[in-house]
Design a protein around this ligand. Structure first.
Ligand SMILES: Nc1ncnc2c1ncn2[C@@H]1O[C@H](COP(=O)(O)OP(=O)(O)OP(=O)(O)O)[C@@H](O)[C@H]1O
Ligand SMILES: [Mg+2]
Length: 416
């Protein structure tokens, strides 16, 4: 049993389950602390003196490497800067928006508004009016906002036009408040540095505003060990784990092809701990750790990330996973369309029409391909007319993905 704070009363293994989840932001850092402290100070100075111009911080990783703390760093530094500012009597708020999938400007606004002030109307209001309302709200309350846009590369790949992106990222030129003070500090989080080239081509003014960049490298075994040790101390009961087990996980994860992912290391520890608990053991054994290491291919894909898909996108991915699970090889657009329709019916969702379906499928599949989940290619000449063929990346077990989508992801999306 656990209460809302995640404290696991009476569990022989867990002290707090929350500590071993993806969303958990540790209260202090043992690894990358200097980077985080520097960013915190920079943000705090901006909160104190007001951002000079719209200057933007970019946090980025390396292509193909996930779980290296980009999201964590933005949240950790952003939230700490806001806390410190409040202590000095400055009104400030930290807002984190994940734009994974194919967001529209509305998706983004709908994610910002409830965190800022749920009374701001969004439905049936034009984007520019919502933005104006945000600017005025900040002005009236003399409030500063640190706004993180996470998975920013999705936004460039998606359907948001340049004008909307400018509106969002240069709000204070578009809609100056009466006192002319700019109150938004932006952090963009992106997968890798390609984002700069894309920005330079599409939105050169925004690119030139990026005043500060932080590269999050994959972690080495020593760093992963320290991260795991902190989670074990905070999240697990004393005596349930040994340094040797954490070392095993750290070394293996640092070596793997997707090396250096803190998420993967933490997931392995959590899986081993959960299995120990399920088996009624009082300690985590080496054998459980080995099993968990073998099992965690799937956990590279975070349920959180998949939960950012909208219901149609999620059904498209589920359709693809089912097709690959059933028959292997590649699936055609037509096959995905047919199964998508069936699934939509089963879930009581009105399916998208023909052209909307194709447009959305293209977009979501290229975004999923960017995160290494999906592969696609154009069909050869043999088929009537050329079409696009899709499959899951070779490292993704299709049956596990079907399971994760059906049990975890879709219920979350349909509830939300
Ligand atoms: N330096 C660190 N200290 C403690 N925990 C960390 C550190 N870096 C990452 N983590 C933890 O590892 C997990 C994954 O980190 P995070 O989600 O920030 O990675 P990411 O780079 O944003 O991944 P993705 O590319 O998939 O978005 C989180 O649970 C996070 O708290
Ligand atoms: Mg992230």
């Amino acid at each position: 049993m656990a209460d809302v704070t995640g404290y696991a009363y009476g569990s022989p293994i867990f002290r707090s389950r929350r500590v071993l989840t993806d969303e958990y932001v540790p209260p202090s850092l043992r690894v990358r602390r200097e980077e985080a402290d520097l960013l915190t100070r920079r943000l705090l100075l901006k909160l104190i003196h007001g951002p000079v111009t719209n200057d933007i911080t970019l946090i980025y990783g390396s292509s193909g490497v996930v779980g290296v703390g980009k999201t964590m760093l933005a949240k950790y530094s952003g939230m700490r800067a806001v806390e410190e500012a409040r202590r000095k009597g400055i009104n400030a708020v930290y807002i984190h928006v994940n734009v994974y999938g194919s967001p529209s400007i509305y998706t983004v606004l709908k994610a910002i508004v409830p965190q800022l002030d749920p009374r701001i109307p969004v439905h049936g209001v034009s984007a520019i009016d919502v933005l104006r309302e945000i600017v005025y709200r900040l002005y009236r309350e003399d409030m500063y906002m640190i706004l993180t846009i996470d998975e920013f590369q999705s936004m460039l790949a998606g359907k948001i036009d340049d004008a909307s992106l400018y509106q969002l990222l240069r709000l204070y030129e578009q809609i100056p408040p009466p006192d002319g003070v700019s109150r938004i500090i932006y952090i963009l989080v992106a997968m890798d540095l390609q984002i700069l080239a894309q920005l330079k081509k599409r939105l050169p003014q925004i690119e030139s505003q990026i005043a500060y960049r932080i590269h999050m490298r994959p972690y080495n075994a020593e760093e992963l060990y320290q991260i795991l040790e902190q989670r074990a101390e905070e999240g697990l009961q004393p005596g349930t784990w040994t340094p040797y087990l954490l070392q095993m996980i750290a070394e293996e994860v640092a070596m793997g092809t997707q090396g250096g992912s803190a998420r993967k290391a933490i997931n392995v520890l959590r899986t081993a701990a959960e299995n120990a608990e399920a088996l009624g053991l009082s300690t985590i054994t080496e054998s459980l750790v080995r099993h968990a290491l073998a099992e965690t291919q799937m956990s590279l894909i975070s349920v959180d990330q998949l939960s950012m898909l909208n219901k149609h996108e999620a059904l498209m991915l589920l359709a693809l996973a089912k097709l690959i699970d059933q028959k292997g090889n590649y699936a055609t657009t037509g096959e995905i369309a047919t199964l998508y329709q069936q699934l939509a019916e089963n879930y009581g969702i009105k399916p998208l029409g023909h052209s909307q379906f194709h447009e959305r499928l293209n977009r979501v599949m290229s975004s999923l391909a960017n995160s290494g989940l999906v592969d696609y290619k154009r069909s050869g000449k043999g088929m009537r007319g050329r079409t696009t063929l899709y499959r899951l990346a070779p490292s993704i077990p299709a049956d596990r993905l079907v399971d994760v989508m059906e049990r975890l992801v879709l219920p979350r999306i349909l509830e939300g």
